[in-house]
Design a binder for this molecule. Structure first.
Ligand code: PLP
Length: 228
């Protein structure tokens, strides 16, 4: 199956999920998770109507993003961001979805103030204990959010999470629901809107949409299996 057909099917499935949840499908954006994909594949996905793309590694993004500068892609950083890569990341991305510490927020602020640029950021929340996962813990989110709001060059726009993988997607639902609740509580205590919930991948995006996702990050369902 080609990228164009895949995108069409995903859109249909999102629309159905929105119907079930009585949501407006215009509120849900597909972000193509393009790690390991060649620029030509990314171009095809863009031509199929995808505007948001996410990369996981700064080094790979530095190689690929300049080759696609002729098309108006909105690039998101969706992988763990190391402090020593921030100086590159601030020039490559429009949104950093993986802010998970004050130290990283400070480094972003420092580099952004140097170049006089503002970036949208999401806070990555870790909802399960795996060692391999990144993100701040649910009870640290509010403190980190308040910290980020003090930084002039960071614009807090959302929360992101990578829940554990379950064959049975119903088992992921509580994680998505939890992120939405954390967001709702945060909005109440901060007295402001945190519009984005970035959650859901190829395997479980319909459940994520039912639970309030505004950005679903989809790789294999668009591009096919990854060859590392
Ligand atoms: C790779 C990746 C995705 C997409 O995963 P698929 O299962 O291929 O859809 C989403 N989010 C993050 C953070 C990723 O690294």
């Amino acid at each position: 199956m080609g990228i164009r057909e895949n995108v069409k099917r995903i859109k249909e499935r999102i629309e159905k999920a929105c119907e079930r949840a009585k949501r407006n499908p215009d509120e849900v954006f597909i972000l193509a998770a393009s790690k390991t994909r060649a620029p030509e594949e990314i171009r095809k996905a863009f031509e199929a109507g995808i505007k948001l793309f996410g990369e996981n590694r700064v080094q790979e993004a530095r190689e690929k993003i300049p080759l696609l500068s002729d098309i108006p892609i909105e690039w998101h950083m969706i992988g763990h961001l190391q402090k020593n890569k921030v100086k590159y990341a601030v020039n490559l991305f429009k949104v950093i979805e993986s802010v998970d510490s004050k130290e990283l927020a400070d480094e972003l602020e420092k580099r952004l103030s140097k170049i006089g640029k503002k970036l949208e950021v999401f806070i990555e929340v870790k909802l399960s204990p795996e060692e391999t996962k990144h993100g701040c813990s649910p009870n640290e989110v509010e403190e980190l959010a308040r910290y980020v709001l003090e930084l002039k060059h960071l614009d807090l726009k959302g929360l992101m999470t990578v829940p554990p993988y379950f064959e049975d997607v119903e088992l992921v639902r509580p994680y998505f629901r939890r992120l939405r609740k954390i967001r709702d509580r945060l909005e109440d205590s901060l007295g402001m809107k945190i519009p984005h919930l970035s959650m859901g991948m190829s395997h479980d995006f319909e459940v994520a949409v039912e639970e309030g996702a505004t950005i679903v990050r989809i790789g294999t369902a668009i591009f096919g299996p990854r060859n590392y």
